[in-house]
Design a protein around this ligand. Structure first.
Ligand SMILES: Nc1nc2c(c(=O)[nH]1)N[C@H]1C(S)=C(S)[C@@H](COP(=O)(O)OP(=O)(O)OC[C@H]3O[C@@H](n4cnc5c(N)ncnc54)[C@H](O)[C@@H]3O)O[C@H]1N2
Ligand code: MOO
Length: 393
């Protein structure tokens, strides 16, 4: 790609082209507890039935037939009652303990009158099946529990372990390199905060991160830094992505043999975003302005990582939230306005300069204002991306 800078492409097109450029990484098999945050490479199928037997849902007495009853023993978790009850017999039972053969209901202990080994009712008799969890009501062995692509969070880890699954096939964790680019970062006159910020954003996902640089605005230095990233799945650069004389990321990528998928997106902040691929390495050239680096990291780098991890739906999701104030009509670029969520509204932050970290740090959402949209009255629902969790539930 050479000559004048191309026209920025719409956000939706940029997202589509990004997702075309990313494939889930190959699968590996891991112990379930080590697979936290990974996405399944194959469906999860129950290897056991849960509950494995009929269980009591309450502490009380398992009953056989009408009362009064004679106590015949106890069923505890891990120590079930071995015999079979006949009508007029009961056993003391704990929550989660196996129902004895011959019993069909549980009387909760608060509704029982006990006199030695004799048991009678203090209230209405329980109906047949009362307070019993039937075998297999959660799932049966062989049931399809989760489809391929599901993310293993805390609840899914618990489900897999409960279903008797010790190891799972998941997509590999991406290897990420993060490069800070700019002479002012090398000489220390500007702290290289973008790299640390992007590494912190990536840390919410399973991946390994290598920080490189700061790298000088110099074709040789950039080329050497990129060459050190050839084994990575994702390379994030920040800075040097625009059109100035010292914005060398694009030519350095081309010299390295990368193919540019697109450069420049019609969003503010974040217009200079560049996406390229070299063999199995995806490169996202993020703009240097800190808010631009954050917004493009949020909108493109986190989704790219999620897609590599095998997420079927890796893009952030907007939710409708009433705008806390009037918003002006949209321009040629769609605008991601930093906002503070307060009392169910998204209060826009007025300052738009993409270098302002103090405003970014107090924001907890982005309001999306599409290109050329009409002005919006305060109180009207607008699409809002929550910043926590990368806007993924
Ligand atoms: N003539 C034009 N100029 C600019 C355009 C344009 O279209 N035409 N686009 C503007 C937009 S929009 C953005 S955003 C910036 C992005 O520029 P670069 O990606 O080339 O970034 P730099 O020029 O290298 O740096 C910009 C700014 O950010 C600071 N920076 C850079 N890296 C870091 C880092 N790792 N940590 C903290 N801060 C960093 C750098 O010191 C600069 O202040 O271009 C506009 N210009
Ligand atoms: O797009 Mo730049 O990111 O506006 O400042």
């Amino acid at each position: 790609m050479s000559g004048p800078a191309p026209s920025p492409i719409p956000l939706e097109e940029a997202w589509a082209r990004l997702l075309e450029s990313v494939r889930p990484l190959p699968a590996e098999t891991l112990p379930v507890a080590d697979a936290l945050g990974r996405h399944l490479a194959a469906p999860l199928t129950a290897a056991a039935t849960r509950p494995a037997a009929d269980l009591s849902a309450m502490d009380g007495y398992a009953l056989s037939g009408p009362g009064p009853w004679a106590l015949a023993g106890e069923s505890r978790c891990g120590a079930p009652f071995g015999g079979t009850l006949s009508a007029g017999q009961a056993v003391r039972i704990s929550t989660g303990a196996a129902m004895p053969a011959g019993a069909d209901r549980v009387l909760v202990q608060e509704e029982a009158l006990r006199n030695g080994d004799r048991l009678s009712l203090a209230a209405e008799p329980p109906e047949a099946g009362a307070n019993v969890r039937r075998r297999g009501i959660d799932f049966e062995r062989g049931d399809r529990l989760l489809p391929a692509g599901s993310r293993l969070g805390a609840r899914q880890v618990a489900l897999a372990l409960s279903a008797g699954i010790a190891r799972v096939a998941v997509h590999h964790a991406p290897r990420v390199a993060i490069l800070d680019c700019g002479d002012e970062l090398v000489d220390g006159s500007v702290p290289a905060s973008n790299g640390a910020m992007l590494a912190a954003m990536a840390a919410g996902l399973p991946c390994t991160v290598r920080r490189i640089g700061p790298v000088a605005d110099d074709a040789g230095a950039l080329g050497a830094a990129l060459a050190a990233c050839a084994d990575c799945d994702l390379v994030l650069t920040s800075g040097g992505a625009s059109v100035g004389d010292h914005d060398l990321v694009r030519p350095a990528l081309e010299a390295w043999g990368a193919r540019i998928a697109f450069w420049r997106v019609a969003i503010r902040p974040g217009k200079p975003l560049l996406v390229a691929r070299r063999e199995d390495t995806l490169v996202l050239g993020l703009p240097g302005n800190p808010v631009s680096a954050f917004v493009t990291g949020f909108l493109f780098a986190l989704p790219a990582l999620r897609a590599m991890l095998g997420a079927p739906d890796p893009l952030p999701r907007a939710v409708p939230v009433p705008a806390g104030a009037d918003l002006p009509p949209g321009g040629a670029r769609g605008e991601f306005t930093r906002a503070v969520l307060r009392e169910g509204r998204a209060d826009p932050i007025r300052q738009r300069d993409s270098s302002l970290l103090a405003q970014l740090a107090r924001a907890d959402a982005l309001i999306w204002h599409p290109p050329h949209c009409a002005g919006t009255k305060g109180g009207t629902d607008v699409p809002v991306y929550r910043l926590e969790n990368g806007a993924i539930a």
